[in-house]
Design a protein around this ligand. Structure first.
Ligand code: NOJ
Length: 533
């Protein structure tokens, strides 16, 4: 496949695949690479031009693969390197590009780099962030007050090395020290290796955190200790160097930018030639505790994302991923959740940026009903329970927020295990799989799936023009809309996010509506229209 079109990703639609839960080809209860290959025609039919596959590397699976033991090996539950090669070939044959997760911030503690580092075998001694503990009241304590994203201290003591290592995620995920040359050169080799394999790009995991406050002082704000390892100047420095490796392989990058970056921080990542696209998370706060939509927050978030694509940057447009609950469950108390999801999809995916749909989103997969603390599989949930005195409160919170919701089994059809596998899957199958599955949704003209296909079809037909278009976003009461001024036409996107009808005044040809067009916009109706200039 030609690699010349350097900015193919500005006119593309992505599909994120959580490999473990997607499709099981060998009936061991775990999704795998061949399973993805088997589903490429379905993915293509959605209007998707690239896939992003979550980590498939050899791993002890403490964090389902984000803890990489060996970057050059596919985990045995997911297949072999030859399966990856075949998947890339088959995807390219269908004009689908392949983006994979690249974990640069940390490895598994079972990675041989860490095993050597712990024993101080050169040149790996300083490959990770090692520090002596502090003695407080005669007791050995972590070097500072930093807290892990998964709860509890960000440090773990190594009996072998008699020092603490930094781990801002789980205990088994030691952070890499990029002040160390070997760490850089080993990771550059990994990038080159996948470039050689014809991978088209990386979703760069937790990239905002690769730079740390190198004074390792206590953070002043104990509630925000992550600021000491998020979006710091050395992150930008390290990324500039990595960018040379991405560029020489002609690979696109989409960076996950957590840790509360400011708009200025975000703009730096793209304008300073560090990353191509940015994932920012401001839109995750548009949902109320009561499972409704906060329209003002939604308007602000849409404007913010579009604005980022305007400042020589480029946003990834997404509603959820494998770290968030299901979209339709977040808005389950509105009067028409199905059409509300379609409105949110239309508003987000017609913006300037690159849409990525999360597997299962397109059929409106819902949250799972967790009944007790031991139901959770995610290491994050387990660490929260380990570090709390109030299990009930933690459970009530996790019931809504756990990452396990988005990791339940992909619902393909109404057969046993939702068509994912012939054996009991590693995770839960939502009870609603007989009603909510791909096979059924394909046959129903009014399904979320069919609406997504129509929306993505429109997006693809005008995608090239959107790159340089001028956007004007507006909000009037419950109605949010925008006009897109392209070279040849004006496209209007208008959605009624209220529960009452609203006057509709749109001229031009209707490209799409999720309900019949009348004089009024019905609750949760979205219309896209165009007129020539
Ligand atoms: C972000 C990933 O999306 C998440 O799933 C993972 O746990 C952390 N980074 C650590 O790799």
């Amino acid at each position: 496949m030609e690699r010349e079109n350097k900015v193919w990703w500005k006119n593309a639609v992505g599909y994120q695949i959580y490999i473990r839960s997607f499709s099981d080809s060998n009936n061991d209860g775990i999704g795998d690479l061949k399973g993805i290959t088997n589903r490429l025609d379905y993915i293509k039919s959605l209007g998707v031009s690239f896939i992003w596959i979550c980590p498939f590397y050899d791993s002890p699976m403490d964090d389902n693969g984000y803890d990489v033991r060996n970057y050059y090996k596919v985990d045995k539950s997911y297949g072999k390197m030859t399966d990856l090669e075949k998947l890339i070939r088959e995807a390219h044959a269908r004009d689908i590009k392949v983006v994979i997760d690249l974990v640069l911030n940390h490895t598994s503690d079972e990675n041989e780099w860490f095993v050597k580092s712990e024993k101080k075998v050169e040149p790996f001694t300083d490959f990770y962030v090692w520090k002596d503990g502090k003695v407080v009241d005669g007791k050995l304590c972590p070097p500072n007050n930093w807290v892990s994203f998964f709860s509890g201290p960000a440090w773990k003591y190594s009996e072998k090395r008699k020092q603490y290592y930094l781990k801002i995620f789980s205990n088994k995920m030691p952070d890499i020290n990029y002040e160390n040359e070997t760490a850089f050169s080993e990771m550059e080799k990994v990038i080159d290796y996948f470039g050689e394999l014809n991978v088209d790009g990386f979703r760069v995991d937790a990239i905002a955190h690769i730079g740390k406050d190198l004074t390792f002082a206590d953070a002043k704000n104990i509630k925000k200790t992550y600021k000491s390892f998020s979006n710091l100047p050395n992150t930008h420095e390290y990324l500039k160097r990595f960018n040379r490796a991405f560029a020489r392989n002609n690979m696109v990058t989409m960076g996950e930018l957590g840790g509360d970056p400011t708009k200025q921080d975000l703009i730096k990542y793209t304008t300073q030639k560090e990353l191509d696209m940015i994932f920012s998370f401001e839109h995750t706060n548009i949902f109320t505790k009561n499972h409704m939509i906060n329209r003002k927050a939604l308007f602000k978030a849409l404007k913010y994302k579009e604005g980022l694509s305007d400042s020589n940057g480029w946003s990834v447009l997404f509603w959820l991923n494998h770290d968030y609950p299901r979209l339709i469950s977040k808005i389950r108390n509105v009067c028409d959740p199905k059409n509300a999801q379609i409105c949110l999809a239309g508003l987000m995916y017609m913006l300037k940026g690159t849409p990525i749909i999360y597997n299962g989103e397109e059929i409106g997969m819902e949250n799972y009903q967790f009944k007790k603390p031991s139901d959770f599989k995610d290491v994050n949930a387990k660490m929260i329970f380990e570090n709390t005195d109030n299990i009930d409160e933690a459970f009530n919170n996790l019931k809504e927020t756990t990452r396990d919701h988005s990791r339940t089994i992909m619902q393909w059809d109404g057969s046993k295990n939702a068509g994912f596998s012939e054996v009991k899957p590693w995770s839960y199958v939502n009870e609603n799989y007989k009603k909510c599955n791909v096979e059924k949704a394909m046959k129903n003209k009014d399904s979320i799936l069919n609406h997504y296909m129509q929306l993505l079809n429109i997006r693809n037909s005008v995608g090239q023009e959107l790159i340089d278009a001028k956007y004007r976003l507006w909000m009037k009461g419950a109605v949010i809309g925008y006009s897109i001024d392209t070279i040849s036409q004006i496209i209007e996107v208008v959605a009624n996010l209220g529960e009452k009808e609203k006057k509709l005044k749109l001229n031009g040809e209707t490209l799409y509506s999720n309900m019949n067009i009348a004089d009024n916009l019905k609750p949760y109706q979205i219309v896209i229209a165009k007129r020539n200039k």
